[in-house]
Design a protein around this ligand. Structure first.
Ligand SMILES: Nc1ncnc2c1ncn2[C@@H]1O[C@H](COP(=O)(O)OP(=O)(O)OP(=O)(O)O)[C@@H](O)[C@H]1O
Ligand SMILES: [Mg+2]
Length: 302
C-alpha cells in the first residue's frame, strides 16, 4: 500500500502506480488519462460526466463555482479539498439532491435536464453519503433491496402481475446476496441495519449503490470512520469497481488513500477547481499545498 512505498520520483510515479493495477485496464482505461495535461478544467479523452458553469450559493456564500470540469470514464477520480470547499454540495447538485442556481451538465452523453436522484440512478449515476443513510429499522437485506432499480411491485400497473414482480424480486435478492457476500456482510443479512458498526454501514451503502449496476458511483468520504481492516477492504472494492468498468468519483481527505488508489485527482477550494492531474503531481502542487495541505498541516502543528 501507498504508505509502504518509497516516495515518488519524478513524473513517472503515476505510471508506476498504475502498473500495479491490471495491465489490460492500464492500457484501455488508465493510459489515456496519463496523457492529459494537468490543469483545471482540462478536456478528457472519454468523459462520463461534463459540467459547465455550475454554481450554488447559500445566502452570501458561494459553495460551488465550477466553470468546467470533466470526469473521465472507467477510472478512479478523487475529489479533494479543505473542509467547506463545496465537495458534498457538488455531489448534491450532480446527483439531484440539491438544485444548482446555474449550470448544465451532461451524463453519459446526455444532458441532464431535470435532475432527480431516482431518474439519475436509473440512468446509472448513484452516490453514497458522508453520513450514512441506511435505514436502521430495516434489515440489511431490505436496505439492499431499496437500491434495486425498477421495482415492479411498486408500480400500480404491475401490482396485479405478481408472477412478474416475484421473478424480479428473486433476481434482486440474488444480486443483493451476491453483493453482501462480496462485501463481507452476508452473515449480517437478516440483522437490522441499526446493529451494524459505522464501518459496516459504510460498506452497506456502497453495496446498496451497486444494486442498480451503475455506470458512475460517487462516494462521499467512504473511508471516514471506518476501521483500518474494513477500510482496506473498501479500498479493494473501489479499485475493483474501476477494473470492472465502473467510473468512480470519491471524496477523501487522507492523502495516502488518494495517492494509493486514484488515477486522477480534482482539487476544489472555495467552490472552484484549483488543480487537477495525476495524484503525485497534484499532491505536490504548490497551490494545492497552500490551499489545503498547508492549512491542514498548520492545523495539526498548531
Ligand atoms: N444547506 C446549506 N445551507 C447553508 N450553507 C450550506 C449548506 N450546505 C453547505 N453549506 C455551506 O457550503 C459550504 C460547502 O459545504 P460542503 O458541505 O459542500 O463542503 P465539503 O467540501 O463537503 O466539506 P467537508 O470536507 O467538511 O465535508 C460550506 O461553507 C457549508 O457551510
Ligand atoms: Mg463534505
Amino acid at each position: 500500500m501507498p504508505a509502504d512505498r518509497p516516495p515518488p520520483e519524478g513524473p513517472s510515479a503515476p505510471e508506476d502506480r498504475s502498473m500495479l493495477l491490471d495491465s489490460a485496464r492500464r492500457t484501455t482505461e488508465v493510459e489515456p488519462i496519463l496523457t492529459v495535461h494537468p490543469e483545471p478544467g482540462v478536456a478528457k479523452p472519454n468523459p462520463i460526466l461534463t459540467m459547465d458553469g455550475l454554481r450554488r450559493s447559500f445566502g452570501g456564500l458561494t459553495a460551488v463555482d465550477v466553470d468546467h470540469l470533466e470526469i473521465e470514464r472507467g477510472i478512479v477520480t478523487a475529489l479533494i479539498g479543505p473542509n467547506g470547499a463545496g465537495k458534498t454540495t457538488l455531489f448534491n447538485l450532480l446527483t439531484g439532491f440539491d438544485r444548482a442556481d446555474h449550470g448544465r451538465w451532461e451524463f453519459n452523453g446526455q444532458m441532464v435536464t431535470s435532475p432527480s436522484p431516482d431518474r439519475l440512478a436509473r440512468r446509472g449515476m448513484v452516490r453514497t453519503f458522508q453520513l450514512t443513510k441506511s435505514l436502521a429499522k430495516l434489515s440489511v437485506l431490505q436496505n439492499m433491496l431499496l437500491g434495486a432499480p425498477n421495482q415492479m411491485g411498486e408500480r400500480l400497473w404491475a401490482a396485479p402481475f405478481r408472477h412478474l414482480w416475484r421473478n424480479q424480486e428473486r433476481t434482486n435478492t440474488e444480486r443483493a446476496d451476491e453483493l453482501l457476500e462480496q462485501f463481507n456482510l452476508a452473515r449480517m443479512r437478516d440483522e437490522l441495519a441499526g446493529t451494524l458498526s459505522g464501518g459496516q454501514r459504510k460498506l452497506l451503502e456502497v453495496a446498496r449503490a451497486l444494486m442498480s449496476d451503475p455506470a458512475l458511483v460517487m462516494l462521499d468520504e467512504p473511508m471516514a470512520g471506518v476501521n483500518p481492516a474494513l477500510a482496506q477492504s473498501l479500498l479493494g472494492h473501489i479499485t475493483q469497481l474501476a477494473l470492472s468498468g465502473v467510473s468512480v468519483v470519491y471524496i477523501e481527505h487522507d492523502m495516502d488513500v488518494v495517492s494509493g488508489i486514484s488515477d486522477w485527482v480534482v482539487v476544489l477550494a472555495q467552490g472552484r477547481v484549483i488543480a487537477e492531474g495525476g495524484p503525485w503531481k497534484v499532491i505536490h502542487d504548490e497551490s494545492v499545498i497552500d490551499a489545503y495541505l498547508g492549512r491542514r498541516r498548520a492545523g495539526t502543528e498548531a
